[in-house]
Design a protein around this ligand. Structure first.
Ligand code: AMP
Ligand code: MG
Length: 421
């Protein structure tokens, strides 16, 4: 396990007071150590979990050659190259009930979708183009050898690597595991994430608001984001801005959890005693990231838990979560596939002021005009305290580090909330 100092030492132009978003991401990625403990659970309970072992097929799926259509199974060699062919109907094959004999020269078998191909037959002709009368079946010219036949092992072949450990189990993976007959699946244990809000001004929902207080909303956005990510959560409430309470909370959180997330208390005015505290409890760096919103952030490790000290402003909490914490927690939980959020390029309908030298995450709406053309537009007020901008938006408009102002019609990159929140 590398120390934070060693990792940071490998980064060119490391400046904690003006750290590029990509540099911060690289440090976070390099520092975290994924969970490796597995548990075996019922197949359906595996939905959304991280696969804990490689899956190698023990079966051919399908187990036999079978028909892809309702029609007639025949031997392609029996068909006349030109003009129709008259074949003799020898019997029928249904899904789950096969035709037991082999078909001989000039014979065919009525076959249903999914039924096992009779021995000798290599081709299926769909019923709609065949003329059947009594035991006579007339097949028109122009049939291709092997048409409408699914081959044994076409989906999965014995010995084939089907799924790799470290990928997320979605509906398709559940079905694939079921098609191998697996009633249970081995998954990584769930990640335990502890979080709390800091601030003397914070009030709890359901209680009256005293003058100068604000309701603690960050614990609710964090609850939502962590729950959707599939973490086991430990909600530690609000902790006052005093060193003894914070020390107690951080120690408890780190002892119980794989990751600890706090909001507030990392901005310049407040950071001094937290900085001193964290340097005693673990290895933590303080960053001013070249991004908007969400500049101040602390990152490191307390005991064996990863630590993310997020800013206090409600929008900054969500942006830093999605840009740094989300992927880190996925890697920590054992994911080995690429978990980065896709960026799509669309025209922007409005001008946006922007200076080169920081990455901006504007809240935007992606919508479609009457011609079906997608475009993005920033939602109104973009202040980092305006949580409404997140609720009104359906995407981030991501303006890259080097980029200057945006003119209407310029292409911008967007990151969709759907599937992410
Ligand atoms: P801080 O980073 O602690 O200086 O907080 C920055 C701003 O975010 C202040 O206006 C705080 O009142 C606000 N804030 C901090 N924590 C929360 C919270 N949990 N819920 C809502 N607003 C918060
Ligand atoms: Mg504060």
């Amino acid at each position: 396990m590398k120390s934070l100092i060693e990792i940071i030492g490998c980064i060119d132009d490391y400046d904690p007071d003006a750290l590029a978003v990509d540099q911060a991401r690289a440090v976070v990625r390099a520092f975290i150590t994924p969970v490796t403990t597995n548990e075996r659970i019922a197949l359906r309970a595996g939905l959304g979990r991280v696969l804990g072992e490689d899956i190698v097929s023990t079966l051919d799926v399908p187990a036999h050659d079978n028909s892809a259509m309702d029609g007639y199974a025949l031997r392609h060699a029996d068909l006349n190259a030109e003009g129709e062919t008259v074949l003799r109907l020898a019997g029928s094959a249904f899904a789950g009930r096969r035709f037991d004999a082999a078909i001989g020269p000039g014979e065919c078998v009525r076959i249903m979708t999914g039924a096992v191909m009779p021995d000798g037959a290599d081709t299926v002709v769909i019923q709609e183009i065949v003329q059947a009368e009594g035991n006579e079946v007339r097949v028109p010219a122009g049939q291709k050898r092997g048409q409408n036949r699914r081959l044994a092992g076409e989906d999965l072949a014995v010995g084939k690597a089907v799924l790799r450990a470290g990928r997320s189990i979605g509906p398709a993976e559940l079905g694939l595991l079921a098609s191998l007959g697996m009633a249970e699946v081995t998954v990584r244990r769930r990640l335990r994430v502890a979080f709390f809000s800091t601030g003397d001004e914070l009030s709890q929902v359901g209680t009256p608001l005293a003058p100068g207080q604000v309701y603690d909303s960050n614990r609710y956005t964090l609850y939502g984001m962590l729950t959707r990510l599939g973490c086991d959560i430990i909600d530690m409430g609000v902790v006052r801005d005093d060193p003894a309470s914070l020390e107690r909370a951080l120690k408890t959180a780190a002892a119980d959890a794989d990751a600890v997330i706090t909001s507030g208390g990392v901005s310049v005015g407040e950071a001094d005693f937290i900085r001193e505290l964290l340097s005693r409890l673990g290895e933590v760096v303080f960053w001013k990231i070249a991004m908007k919103p969400g500049r101040p952030m602390a990152f490191g490790r307390i005991g064996s838990a990863s630590f993310f000290g997020l800013p206090g402003n409600p929008v900054a909490v969500m942006v830093t979560f999605y840009q740094f914490v989300r992927e880190s927690l996925l890697v920590l939980s054992g994911r080995t596939d690429d978990c980065a959020l896709p960026l799509l390029r669309v025209p922007c309908t409005a001008a946006i002021r922007k200076n080169p030298g920081r990455t901006e995450f504007q809240r935007g709406t992606l919508s479609r005009d009457a011609q079906g053309q997608w475009s993005a537009c920033p939602t109104g007020a973009q202040g980092s305290g305006v949580l409404r901008s997140m609720a009104e938006a359906n995407c981030f408009i991501v303006l890259e580090h080097e980029r200057g102002p945006v003119k209407p019609g310029d292409l911008v990159q967007v990151q969709l909330f759907d599937g992410l929140v």
